[in-house]
Design a protein around this ligand. Structure first.
Ligand code: NI
Length: 138
């Protein structure tokens, strides 16, 4: 099997807080990230697909197809948005790990439905110090 990774970017804002917690508890858990004014990140998204190489194309999955799926399901709906307001994050705290899981769950069935590849991993790069991955172990 071959694993192929493609990188994307999108800017978005979020607040890290749980509405069920007190302000003090949110502050204790999330610190400055709980500030209700929110803050932005230029998120990096790494999407890895795995499968056999198609001998006719030399590819695991057509790059154009993967780009279109990521654009339709992730970049367009999430770019320049307040993530906490999106349906995909309803009832969730949009941390890097939750974003990785949500993006994985959005993409995985669509990748499988369109060919012989499957989604192996989604990695979210939030800051130079903070990344999260969801999917199969490397
Ligand atoms: Ni943040």
């Amino acid at each position: 099997l071959i694993r192929v990774t493609r990188r994307y970017r999108f800017p978005a804002a979020h607040v890290l807080s749980n509405p069920a917690f007190s302000d003090e508890k949110n502050q204790a858990i999330f610190g400055k990230c709980a500030n209700p004014a929110g803050h932005g990140h230029n998120y990096g998204v790494e999407v890895s697909v795995t499968g056999e190489i198609d001998p006719q194309t030399g590819q695991v999955m057509p790059v154009e197809l993967l780009d279109r799926l990521v654009d339709d399901l992730v970049l367009q709906p999430m770019s320049h948005r307040f993530l906490n307001d999106l349906d995909a994050f309803r009832g969730k705290v949009p941390t890097a790990e939750v974003i990785a899981r949500v993006v994985y769950d959005l993409l995985a069935p669509e990748v499988v439905a369109r060919g012989h590849a499957r989604l192996a991993r989604v990695r979210i790069v939030e800051t130079s110090r903070n990344t999260a991955e969801y999917g199969e172990p490397t």
